[in-house]
Design a protein around this ligand. Structure first.
Ligand SMILES: Cc1cc2nc3c(=O)[nH]c(=O)nc-3n(C[C@H](O)[C@H](O)[C@H](O)COP(=O)(O)OP(=O)(O)OC[C@H]3O[C@@H](n4cnc5c(N)ncnc54)[C@H](O)[C@@H]3O)c2cc1C
Length: 375
């Protein structure tokens, strides 16, 4: 199909982050005609801590993409430095890898294309009213618009959840933080590759990690009111870093910080109007535990398989199977992450935790083992 023409597919996938590319690849691999669209041009940066945990790596491996991270030069992560109010605890443990989102997301799109999916970058999609058995999208690229239809639509649009009318979207939970990220051109002294640095303080937390090309990725979850009082995201990030025991990042407040919609959100319905939500579009928890990409990849893989079965006539109720798969593979784990986020949102609990881990870092191991268990 060329731009500007109407087209018909088995599945239309909107959003080419990990959830969308993984769904598209899984479907195409199983013989479906898939169109994957994203409003961004790639490679594109994305607000993210850029840490793929062992669970995410296990999903890539299972999908036959086990060598992807290594091929892209991902940095193996062997320790976490947790810092607050001048104190710092160091926890040694395999934590996965650090990999920039520009590299990862482009490689996953390539994998989907190699499997047979068609990809349109720079193209914004909107859900179009139509018969429930033939949902459609209106696509727009520049000033050109055209319609496409499919048996199913996959909404992998991330936190914006933008395909659906406002009333049907996932809603932020009370006290939700906003996400923010920036990339510094190089890592200052004290930020060694292979370690996740996490500064927790009044108003939120900032995570830092050295990427495969030596740049320093900064990702934060911040209280919107604290951002307002500090006079901006960069200023609040600087004050959290200064109050922690981590090395200074010169000019941190002047980096080109980018914000996200509010993070911890009540899950939306997983399907509606012929569309299935996956990844952040289906609901999201704060990013401290570095699970978002693991959920997006696992969700994409599972939803792709379910819809492929439905297309082959082997799954009469894909909505129900997706709801069950989501509950068992993702929603249950989000409960653990919510509990961790709650601790980190409470300054006295974080202080106590860092004090204990300063003396006995091994106490973090059972917890990290549960968080990062690969299955
Ligand atoms: C501060 C922060 C730190 C994080 N740190 C980590 C971490 O270290 N490890 C981890 O695993 N996770 C982390 N996460 C979470 C992770 O970034 C997300 O969970 C993950 O990106 C979700 O993938 P996705 O495919 O669902 O959505 P996304 O990656 O957000 O992709 C959605 C895509 O949809 C496109 N899109 C949206 N609307 C439309 C439309 N209407 N038409 C066309 N295209 C559209 C967008 O352009 C985008 O490319 C972090 C998140 C934040 C905010």
């Amino acid at each position: 199909m060329t731009e500007g023409e109407a087209g018909s597919y088995d599945v239309l996938v909107v959003g080419a982050g990990p959830a969308g590319s993984m769904s598209a690849r899984e479907l195409a691999r199983r013989g479906a005609r898939v169109l994957l669209v994203d409003r961004a041009e790639f490679p594109r940066p994305k607000v993210c801590g850029c840490c793929l945990n062992p669970r995410a790596l296990a999903t890539l491996d299972r999908a036959g993409l086990g060598r992807l991270a290594t091929r892209l030069g991902a940095v193996e992560l062997t320790a976490m430095e947790l810092a607050t109010e001048g104190r710092r605890a160091s926890i040694a443990r395999p934590l996965g890898v650090a990999l920039s989102r520009d590299a990862l997301d482009s490689a996953l799109i390539d994998a989907a294309r190699e499997a047979g999916a068609e990809f349109l970058p720079g193209t914004t999609a909107a859900l179009r009213e139509g018969p429930p058995d033939r949902p459609g999208l209106r696509l727009q690229r520049g000033d050109r618009a055209w319609d496409v239809s499919g048996r199913f639509v996959v909404s992998a649009t991330g936190l914006s959840d933008g395909l659906f009318p406002v009333a049907d979207r996932a809603t932020p939970a009370p006290g939700a933080k906003l996400g923010a990220g920036a990339i510094a051109a190089f890592a200052p002294a004290g930020y060694e590759p292979g370690r996740i640095f996490m500064a927790c303080g009044e108003g939120g937390y900032v995570g830092l990690v050295v990427l495969e090309d030596g740049r320093l990725d900064l990702a934060a979850a911040l209280d919107p009111e604290a951002v307002r009082q500090a006079g901006g995201i960069g200023r609040l990030a600087r004050s959290i870093l200064e109050a922690s025991a981590l090395p200074a990042v010169h000019g941190v407040e002047a980096l080109p910080w980018k914000g996200t919609p509010l993070l911890t959100r009540r899950p939306a319905r997983l399907d509606g109007r012929g569309a299935f939500r996956v990844g952040d579009s289906a609901g999201y928890v704060e990013p401290f535990t570095g699970e978002g990409m693991a959920w997006a990849l696992a969700g994409g893989e599972a939803l792709g398989a379910i819809l492929a079965d439905a297309l082959a006539g082997a799954e009469p109720r894909p909505e129900r199977r997706w709801a069950l798969a989501y509950r068992s593979r993702i929603a249950r784990r989000q409960l653990t992450c919510r509990a961790v986020a709650k601790v980190l949102r409470t300054p006295w609990m974080t202080r106590s935790l860092v004090r204990v881990l300063e003396v006995r870092p091994s106490l973090a191991r059972p917890f990290l083992a549960i968080m990062h268990k690969a299955t």
